[in-house]
Design a protein around this ligand. Structure first.
Ligand SMILES: Cc1cc2nc3c(=O)[nH]c(=O)nc-3n(C[C@H](O)[C@H](O)[C@H](O)COP(=O)(O)O)c2cc1C
Length: 173
């Protein structure tokens, strides 16, 4: 089976830690973990992708993703399946909560990606429109380690269950 390429950008390590947890949940044999700071060139070889970012500087994409953007804007994702996740702080930055995830959604969508893993907005309190698919859904998994770390493991577990079939993985026992 084709492996899933999980590419993440992280500044203080939170998104990296969430990436590790997602890989554990989906099974380490099924996922190759890549930090976008150094491994971005490898994205081409995967048809199944998980993409994760934090948001910094009040609505800015995480720096390593930002540096990779010129390359990303030349890549093609037709026929590829992408699941997104974002980390942010809805209390400190409600107007720009998870904007980075929204920016990556726009870029991958423009370049032909098909998305899975939309996530309900119930249980979050924020006003930013960018990470939203519609009124009731984020474009990907929303993680807030700053304020809701007690919910993180359960959210990851549920989301991974949700995306497994589309990535050709059997449900966990
Ligand atoms: C100066 C500063 C600006 C931030 N700006 C945002 C923001 O605009 N939106 C958001 O959702 N989170 C924001 N955050 C919160 C981080 O995205 C959050 O702590 C995240 O988990 C960090 O993940 P990382 O260590 O993987 O980069 C900000 C944090 C700091 C300290």
């Amino acid at each position: 089976m084709d492996k899933i390429g999980l590419f993440y950008g992280t500044y203080t390590g939170i998104t990296g830690m969430i990436a590790e947890k997602i890989a554990d949940e989906l099974g380490r044999d099924n996922v190759d973990l890549h930090n976008i700071c150094c491994d971005g060139e490898q994205m081409d070889k995967y048809d199944k992708l998980i993409i994760g970012t934090s948001t910094w500087s009040i609505g800015e994409l995480q720096e390593d993703w930002d540096n990779f953007m010129p390359k990303l804007q030349t890549m093609h994702f037709e026929g590829k399946t992408v699941a997104l996740f974002g980390t942010g702080d809805q209390v400190g930055y409600p107007d720009t909560f998870l904007d980075g995830m929204g920016m990556l959604y726009e870029t991958f969508q423009f370049r032909g990606a098909k998305f899975i893993g939309f996530w309900p907005t119930v249980g979050y309190d924020f006003t930013s429109p960018l990470p939203l698919l519609d009124h009731d859904h984020f474009v990907g998994l929303a993680i807030d380690e700053d304020n809701q770390s007690d919910l993180t493991d359960e959210r990851i577990k549920k989301w991974c269950e949700q995306i497994r079939p589309a990535f050709g993985l059997k449900a966990k026992d």
